[in-house]
Design a protein around this ligand. Sequence first.
Ligand code: UFG
Length: 335
Amino acid sequence: MHILVTGGAGFIGSHTVVELLNQDHEVTIVDNFYNSSPKVLDAIKEITQKQFRFHLVDVSNQEQIIELFENNEFDAVIHFAGYKAVGESVSKPLSYYFNNVTSTIHLAQACVDYGVNKFVFSSSATVYGDNNVPFKEDMELLPTTNPYGETKAMSERVLMDAVKAHPDLGVSLLRYFNPVGAHPSGLIGEVPTGVPNNLMPYISQVASGQREKLFVFGNDYETTDGTGVRDYIHVVDLAKGHVAALEHLNAGTHIYNLGSGKGTSVLELVHSFEKVNDIKIPYDIVKRRDGDIAISYADASKAKNELDWETKLTIDDMCEDTWRFESKRVTKRDI
Ligand code: UFG
């Protein structure tokens, strides 16, 4: 298949491109490097030893999307490009709604106009809000606590309605739990801008000495050790989930949780990182972070049954691969 990957230089996008190329798919990446670097493209080539096309495109710009579809014949679109910082979405809601929702509309419109019948969308477990765990695909969605989450829920809605009106279209909505880790080559991984919002990048920056200590947001939740519980998923497993979703995609809307089905607390993740990498992570317990829920983990059975996909990599693998990437990056400072 010839697959258009938007945001293909980003964290999850780049890992997915690697898996697509490994499966001999033809790939066109578009990215505007808002939150990524052109060097990632070289790293993908180094890992796969394969070629792909690249265009500098802003997916919120409809003219650029039309030109892209006019000049290429795609079989499928995987749409990753988007703003993703939860906190920033609260201070810049209009940018988030504009960028994330209009890009989905433009791409869906182009798919309809140019007869591209496969669309895989990068959604998030955040659409479940504070539901009871485990989160299941058919649960009623609860409001999320931030505009970023709302842009994911709205984009899902847009795509579901597009399928109702265009029954040949096949849409897969992939609800990611907490993606972490990096490619085992150490060549691609997550590069946060500024102070990391998410736990694993923060831990790895403490490990590399860029930050003095971790702040654990609350130890008074109703969980095993009082700290927040999440379903962490290795980005390579997540990337393979996209390939599985694409290869099984037929007409209609299909929703899948991509998670491990297991919850891990903040302190369990810290201790695993310390153990596998033999590095101490100093931390302080501070108050809860606004908008956080106590526990989030997937019921991952639908993806296993229908896509024949499940996570294979462990929390220890995630910690080891994160640190391999971060330690190389800090030494070379090149991505
Ligand atoms: N945490 C800390 N200290 C930190 C950062 C996080 O203690 O410095 C804790 C949080 O309180 C939470 C856990 O670590 O209990 C995980 O927090 P993350 O910020 O890594 O992840 P979230 O679950 O809050 O958010 C992630 C993605 C969002 C997405 C959401 C969907 O970052 O984009 O999952 O469930 F919307």
